[in-house]
Design a protein around this ligand. Structure first.
Ligand SMILES: [Zn+2]
Length: 122
């Protein structure tokens, strides 16, 4: 079942809303009160090894947020270009239910699984 114009409109709204929310999250993670860039840091207290681990976790979260914004931007671009809803890898139409659940999904379920298997992080 192809996406209706109403579906596409809803997806675009969702993408924009999600983008604003993630951007805000990212801003609060990486900016201090003056709005200056400041990566998360827990230095100066307790075990330096533990602090470093906490920093790494925070940084990973920020990177995930940044990656999500990229995925959302790519999806919005596809919407504008009229390519939305096609798998970035195999070019087949992505399942409508999948797109409604994950509007920024760049791949069909099969290709995403393959991507995750081949790009799995240790
Ligand atoms: Zn595919």
């Amino acid at each position: 079942m192809p996406l209706s114009p109403q579906d596409l409109q809803r997806i675009e709204q969702e993408l924009r809303g999600r983008r604003a929310a993630v951007l805000e999250e990212l801003r609060s993670e990486t900016r201090d009160e003056q709005g200056l860039l400041s990566l998360p840091s827990h230095r100066g207290e307790g075990d330096p090894g533990v602090d470093f681990e906490m920093e790494a976790v925070d940084l990973a979260q920020s990177l995930r947020d940044a990656g999500e914004i990229q995925a959302i931007d790519a999806a919005l671009r596809r919407l504008r270009d009229g390519h939305y809803g096609h798998c970035a890898d195999c070019g087949e139409a992505i399942d409508t239910a999948r797109l409604l659940a994950q509007p920024a999904a760049p791949r069909c379920a099969a290709c995403q699984q393959h991507f995750e298997r081949t790009h799995a992080r240790a």
